[in-house]
Each structure stands twice: as structure tokens, then as C-alpha cells.
Design a protein around this ligand. Sequence first.
Ligand SMILES: [Zn+2]
Length: 276
Amino acid sequence: MTANPLTILRTYALKEPSALPSSILFRSTEKFYTIFDAYPKSIFHFLVLPRLTRGMWFKEGEVVNLKALLTTDKEKAKELLEGMKAEAVEVKKEIEQEMREKYGFRWDVWMGFHAVPSMVHLHLHVLSADLVSEKMKNKKHYNSFHPSRGFFLHIDDVLSWFEAEPSYFNRVGYSRHPSWLYSMARLDPKPREALLKHDLECFECYASFRNMPLLKEHLQEEWDKLEKKAPKRPPVSKRKAVEEARETLEVLELGDKGKEASSSKRAKTDEIDETA
Ligand SMILES: [Zn+2]
């Protein structure tokens, strides 16, 4: 059986966790699966999807995408999105831990939907804020994750649509005060897809680039800058080794005498601190 790439997420959502290999499934709860994005567009990139379990709290058609979900019962839709966010926050924590362990520092994580998704079945992207990836190949890829382009809809923005009063729409005009209707219009394919054609601009400093290779080089530099700015903490594995080595050295070199010397030094410093 060859899997259809457009419906593969729904196929996963219908399966039992035991039927999903660990190369695909990252985490599972009663209601959600978090899977590795097969074509990661950042250093870390996961998808949170609602499971389609036998009891079916949602029908397939209701969660085919965000637009379909928002036309179902509003309270039910909100509950599902809040559940997806809670799951994404857990994923974010795991990403941050991995960032510290692997890279020695952590940076932002984005959580959001594509306004016009290419794959069937609702899925929330959880990805590190770098867009540094081999799989980032073209303008469409890039603009679909650009955090302020408008195609990538941050989960908190989507949740805020539920609070928007329809009366705003009539009173002050929809262009500045989003109403439910205006919010929903953000999922209309034509104007959204036009956003993907936007010139290549760095999401961090808004510099423009003529082509993908130049942009990608720059994104790597932006990430390197983050790394340099971050407090110097070598990855955990290295840090442990260094600490152990240092302890061994202290024991070998200083002995008891050395310990006394260093504690008397400390006492002097304390005195100075007190008088200061
Ligand atoms: Zn930049």
C-alpha cells in the first residue's frame, strides 16, 4: 500500500499508537498525536494532530482543516484548539530541553496553522524559530512559515478570534477590528496564497534577498548570531565531562591544604563584600 501524501496525516490519526513507528510518532495522548514533520523546515519541527479514535469526538470532515473546524460548533472548536495548544506547549518544553542538551542554549518556538494547508487533516505546526533546514527549498516554503507574513497563523491569534465580538464588525469596520467574519476571511485561499509569492525577506531583520541560497545563508547567520548572544553554556554532555574532570583535578592538585586555602580566600572576599 503506498500512502497518499495528501491524506497521510488522516491515516495516522485513525491508527492506534502501537501501529505508528517511533520514527513517525513523537508523543501521544488520549486525544492527540505529535509526529515528526517528514520535511522539517526548521531545526525542530513537529505536527500536533487530533486523533480520530473509535468513539470519534470529531468526525473526519469536521477536522479536515481549520476552516472546516471553525464552521462547526464554536465552543467545541475552541475546546479542540485549546487542547491542541496545551499539547503543543508540552512539545515546546521537550524541544527546549533538547535545544539545551544539543546546542547549549534555547531559542523561540512557534506554534501555528497554515491558512491554506496542503495536507488533509487539521495539524498544528510546532517549530523552532530559525527556518534553518535543508528541506527549506523554495519561496513558498519560506513564506508559509514567515511569522509575520500572514499565512502562518499563530495559535494565540486563532484563539483570539473566538473572543472577537461580531458587533465590532459593524461599529468600527473590519479592517482594524477583527470580527469572527473577518477572522474567518483570513482562511480564504486566494488572498492567502498570494502571500506566498511575497519577496524573500528575513523574518528577523527584514533584509531582502534575491534568491533562496542567499536567504538561507543569511538565516544560518541569524541563527549563529543567536548562538553567540546566548549565555555560554556548553551542551550538557560536554559540561558534565568538564565538571567531572575539574573535580578530579581539584582533589589531585589541592588536597586538604588547597581546600583550606581556597576557603580562607573566600572568607576574605566576604569581608570585603560586607564593608562595601
Ligand atoms: Zn536577517
